[in-house]
Every structure is written in C-alpha cells, then in structure tokens.
Write a new protein. Structure first.
Length: 589
C-alpha cells in the first residue's frame, strides 16, 4: 500500500542512497561510529546466525563482525540466502536454545543427562595444576634431524618408477626455514592457512612450518569437488592460501579472499627465512592447529577444529594402541595420515596414485611404496584396498616378498567389508589386518581385527570392536520416534546413538554453533550421529546412521543388520533397507 504509485516510492531510493559507498557521504560518520562502538561490547553475549548465500551481505561482512565481536557464537547455514529463517528453519530452534542457555539455572539444578556429576572430560598433556605438558607435534622431527640426520623421512613417487627421498635433516631444515620465512611474510600465530598441496615433501614442510609458528592449517579433501571446496574455504575464512598451480587457478576462479602463495614461491620464502634467525615463540596446547572438513556424505561438509593438544592426543593414542616404534615405517594411501609420519617419528611413503581417486592405486604401486621405506604399517581407505585387490594378479614374486615386511594393515575412512580385510590378509601374509572405527571428529574410537570379526560371526550390524585406550563409548537409547533421548549407558544390547569421549576428539565445529551444541549436549561427550549397540563383551556394533533408523510399530530398528542378511541371498549385489510411512508406524522395505 505505501508504494502503489511512482510518486509514493521515493523512500526506496532514499534508503539505498543512505548507504555510504564513498568518502564524505553524510551518513558515514554516524555509521562508522556505530561500527567502531560495538567493539566495546565485550561483556555482551552475541549470536550471529548467517546466510552465506546472501547476494549482498557475503561472508566478508560476517568476518568483519567476528573481528569486532570476537566473543560471538556463530552459525553459518550453508545454502541459506537473505531470508535466513525461511531458508534454514533450524535457525528458530538454535536461537531459542541459545537464549535458553543464557538464562540462570533453575533452583533445583539437574546434572547433564546420564553423566555423573563427578565425571570430568579427559585431558591430555596437562598436569593437575593445568600446566601444559604435551609434546609438540614437531618435536620428533627436530630430534631426528639432529640425531639421525641421514635417516629416511619420506619417499614420494616422481613418475616412471622413480622416487624422491627426503632425509630427516633436509625435512627439518625446510620446516625451520619456511617457518621463519612465513613469519617474515606476515603469517602470525592464530592465522588460518589453507593448504592446497598434493601429499609429499612440500605438504609436510608447509604444515609443520605453520604449526611451529602457531598458524592453523585448513585442510580440505579433493573428494569434496569444486563446489564443496569453495564452500569449505569460504566458511573457514583463511587469511592465507598456499597452493599448487592447479589449485591456485581454482582459488582465483573462486575469488576467495586471503593472501595467495604459490608453491613456486616456497624456495624464495625459505631464502627469506635464512635471513631471519629468530622464530616466534611456539604455540601452546590450547592454540588452534587444524580445521579439517568432514566428507560431506551427510550434508554440506562441516569444519572440525582441533587444538594442538588434541592432535597430539591423536598421535599419542596411535603410538600407544598400535605399538609404534622407531623401527616402523608408514605407507599412507589415505592422504590425511601422510602428515602424521614426522609427528610419530617414523619414515613414510606415499604410493604412486591420484590422491583424489583412491581407486587409481594399483597393487604394484602399493608394493613399490612398501619397498621404498621397508614399510611396516599401512593406512588406506576401503576404495584403495579394493583397488589393490582388483590388480593383485599383477604382483610379482618380488612384490609379494616386499609385502612381507608389513606387520599391520589398517583400513579406515568408511565401512570396510570382511571380504576386503581377508583379501589384504592373503597378500600381506605377515600382517595383522584391522579396521579402526571413527570419524573426522575423533579417530580412532574402536578397533577390531579380521580374526575377531570371524570369531564373532553374524550379528545385528557391523562389529567395530572395543574402545582404544583413553576412549569411552556410551549409547543413548533411541525412542519410538527415532530420537536418541536415552541417558548415556554402557549396558548391552541397547540400540541408540553412539556417544564418545576421548582426549583426542575435536574441540568444536567451526562456525556451526547449533550443530556443536547438539553434538555436545552432554558436556565433554560427542554425539556421533551413528547408531549401534554394545554387546555383553563391551564390543561396539554399528547399525547405521541415526537419521536412517526405522520406527516400526514394534519399536525402532537399525538398517545395516537387515541389509547384511539380505546381501547373503544369492544374486543380491547390494541392498538398502528403508522405512516407509509415518513415524512410529513405518514398514520395513
């Protein structure tokens, strides 16, 4: 009604004209004063609920608000545009929950659901007084560069069957010079650095250099695709991007903000570092170390933040549980784990493969990678293991002999079938073949061997074994509506959401306040979104995802156990079990 005629629409033009796009605009002083004034609201709780798809108010404005209001809780609703509450209805619940959390507790305060008040979150690297004791991630690298300078740190393929080898002294020197050079270039403690580099010596040197100066490394999986990587990097808002030429072209096309550094500049940065003899003070255990992204298989990939002490915890639990010593060597056919070799103090090799496509790994390339470092440990994805077995007929007697050095083969990153594990056991005859269970938010959680799977036989779901040292596993029972509302329990045969607690679990989801609040509603615990049960021996069985639970009239049912049974039927290749109908009366189809 106010705008029915042209002569009544003057306010629309005046409103736009009031935005100060140029210096000297009459509105600028008042708006600048407001913008600077909010920096003083440090004692005021703030919640920023953001639609990153807004065609005008892009993430640069969110980043500006976070800079002015560093205490703010933030949730970015991926895909939401200008009318955020319409595009992301979950905003309403998140807002009400946030306001509710601000209210004073009732006079008769209740403890967190199912968690005894006396329990506390496990910590790693801290004494009773709270002082940091964790061993820095670069400590083993520095020790080996000093004590075993000519020892092998890394072997990487360079094509035509040739390998490049890097000694501990060379890797340590490169990390030292790059750390000094990156600091001289203005990368500071607390900055985020997106690293888009193929696994190899350059990646290791850049990651450890960033860690040494206290910068946080933003890691994206090429499997996210171009759009997924764009969303991830835009959400993480790194101040700097270091990339290979192919990735740099992608960064330019995406018009991502941040200082761009090509890998071709690393030599010059190292020279700059040689002229600077001082390193900044090292970061502490509570400094941010990594922003890693989930696979995106259950929605837009989520950024997962780890502090240094939590990455140290991952290193320490791997070393303890798998008995890793300086006599071991890692073959990393699963890209993220290639980075942990120096932190563990063991040499590593990367097979000749396209890391964005694990099925490009061949059995002969795998054997070459084992031979390059006399490998004893393998970490690979199920797709990579399947590719090895599909090409195993090409293995020579010499290849088979080289695989005999392996003592441990681990398949992780997605569910691993017993057939895959048995196949690897046939070609890696001396190896203990195992599959750890976990996720981007905490890995490993549990662990099981092929022998234990065979001994257990068929069950309702996939057996993933017992919790590794320092990890606690509980079940929150699923009710008739498919909601995991039960108290945390370690009792047997209770179907529910798997909830874990560990020193090496994530710190938080990045700029996803609502998601973090839901996943950590019992303080110190992480709700995984997976469902399953514990058996009478305390072993964990996976039944599927919480969202896939079927709510039948007889009660909730998880799909994976039924799918496994159906797949035993001759001629059935794959099966999917779903629920059809209203909640509580669903039919199994």
């Amino acid at each position: 009604a106010p705008y029915r005629g042209r002569d009544r629409r003057h306010a629309i033009g005046t409103f736009v004209a009031d935005i100060p796009f140029e210096p000297g605009h009459p509105s600028a002083p008042a708006l600048d004063a407001i913008a600077e004034g909010i920096r003083g609201l440090t004692d005021v709780p703030v919640l920023l609920l953001w639609g990153p798809g807004d065609p005008v108010f892009a993430d640069r404005y969110l980043n500006d608000l976070i800079d002015r209001l560093p205490q703010a809780d933030v949730h970015r609703y991926e895909g939401a545009r200008h009318l955020v509450s319409e595009d992301a209805p979950a905003l309403v619940g998140d807002l009400l929950q946030w306001v509710s959390d601000l209210l004073p507790p009732p006079s008769r305060e209740r403890p967190a659901v199912g968690v005894p008040a006396a329990e506390s979150t496990p910590t790693l690297g801290r004494s009773a007084e709270g002082t940091e004791e964790g061993v820095p991630l670069w400590a083993e690298l520095e020790r080996l560069a000093r004590d075993n300078p000519h020892g092998l740190a890394l072997a990487e393929p360079v094509g035509d069957g040739q390998w490049r080898t890097v000694t501990w002294r060379l890797l340590g020197r490169n990390v030292d010079l790059l750390a000094k050079g990156l600091a001289a270039k203005g990368i500071r403690r607390g900055d985020r650095v997106a690293v888009l580099i193929t696994p190899g010596a350059d990646l290791l040197a850049v990651v450890y250099a960033c860690w040494r100066i206290g910068a946080s490394v933003v890691v994206t999986d090429a499997g996210l695709g171009v759009r997924g990587i764009h969303r991830a990097l835009r959400g993480a808002a790194p101040q700097h991007l270091i990339a290979i030429p192919k990735a740099m072209a992608l960064v330019r096309a995406m018009r991502l903000p941040g200082r761009r550094i090509g890998t071709g500049e690393l030599v010059e940065i190292a020279r700059l570092g040689a002229a600077h003899h001082e390193l900044p003070p090292p970061p502490g255990g509570d400094d941010e170390a990594v922003v890693a992204f989930t696979s995106g298989s259950t929605g837009p990939a989520k950024g997962v933040v780890y502090r240094h002490r939590q990455v140290q915890g991952t290193r320490d639990v791997l070393r303890e549980h798998y008995g890793i010593t300086d006599r071991d060597a890692l073959v990393a056919a699963f890209a993220p784990w290639a980075v942990l070799g120096p932190a563990l103090g063991i040499p590593s090799s990367i097979p000749d493969m396209d890391v964005t496509s694990p099925r490009t790994l061949t059995a002969t390339a795998f054997a070459d990678s084992v031979r390059a470092v006399d490998g004893t440990l393998v970490w690979a994805s199920p797709a990579a293991l399947a590719a090895i077995l599909e090409t195993a007929s090409a293995l020579t007697d010499a290849d088979v002999e080289s695989l005999g050095s392996l003592r441990l083969v681990m398949g992780a990153g997605a569910p691993v079938s017993a057939a895959l594990l048995h196949g690897m056991a046939r070609i890696c005859v001396n190896a203990d073949v195992r599959t750890p269970y976990g996720m981007t938010e905490v890995l490993p959680v549990t662990d099981v061997s092929i022998g234990e799977i065979d001994e257990a036989g068929a069950g309702d779901g996939v057996l993933v074994g017992r919790a590794v040292p320092g990890v606690e596993v509980r079940i929150s029972a699923v009710d008739s509506d498919g909601i995991a509302s039960g108290v945390l329990s370690d009792g047997p045969d209770v179907l529910g959401e798997i909830v874990v607690r560990a020193p090496h679990q994530k710190d938080r989801y990045d700029r996803l306040w609502g998601t973090e609040r839901a996943s950590a509603r019992e303080p110190g615990w992480h709700r995984t979104g997976d469902v399953g049960h514990l058996d009478v021996q305390g072993r964990l069985w996976i039944g599927g995802r919480l969202a896939h639970v079927i709510t039948t009239p007889e009660g909730p049912v998880s799909p994976v156990g039924i799918e496994q049974a159906v797949q035993w039927v001759p001629s059935v290749v794959q099966a999917a079990v779903v629920g059809v109908g209203p909640v509580g009366t669903q039919q199994i189809v």
